[in-house]
Design a protein around this ligand. Structure first.
Ligand code: DLZ
Length: 163
């Protein structure tokens, strides 16, 4: 029987949407900058590889991951952005600071997405130690900045197509 439903895509490298029309914000936290700047490199190169235009990419650096939601909101309102990608790394320590920051940022970005109707991408590493962070910033588990970029392109393209 014919179905009106579309077939689902696997979204591999071959069918990620073209990013040429997207206006993209990237917010990078400088805390643990050896990690977050590697995430940024992976993110930026992936955006460009998929057609994003340099003059439509707006980058802001903030002191720490906790500052990501506020800067993302400012960036999105100023630059008419289609999507904001937030990159950070909070490493677990002796206290519960990581839980407070991670929960606040995750909740903050969700709240922003709902309140503004615009996608904000959670590209924050939450590792137990520095090695786990390195493994995910270009090491044995890849570069999560690349994943954040692909998610950003998909959500940005979806945002542009909205009715
Ligand atoms: C204070 C703090 C600590 C202890 N650890 C981290 C971290 O692992 N990763 C990170 O991005 N930021 C950290 N910060 C800084 C906070 O994100 C924030 O910048 C400060 O609390 C000031 O609001």
């Amino acid at each position: 029987m014919a179905s009106a439903l579309q077939n689902l895509s696997t979204y591999d490298e071959s069918n990620i949407p073209d990013a040429a029309e997207l206006t993209i914000g990237i917010v990078v936290a400088d805390w643990n900058k050896d990690i977050t700047h590697a995430l940024y490199e992976g993110c930026l190169s992936t955006l460009l590889q998929h057609g994003a235009q340099e003059d439509k990419i707006h980058v802001v650096q903030v002191p720490g991951t906790f500052e990501l939601p506020a800067a993302a909101r400012i960036l999105s309102s100023r630059e008419n952005t289609d999507v904001v990608i937030c990159l950070g790394c909070v490493i677990k320590g002796e206290t519960q600071h990581d839980e407070y920051i991670n929960n606040a940022v995750a909740q903050g970005l969700v709240n922003l997405s709902i309140a503004t109707g615009k996608p904000y991408i959670f590209g924050v590493l939450t590792p137990n130690n520095h090695q786990q962070a390195l493994d995910r910033a270009g090491g044995q588990h890849g570069n999560k900045g690349v994943e954040a970029a692909v998610t950003g392109i998909r959500m940005g393209a979806f945002y542009r197509q909205r009715p």
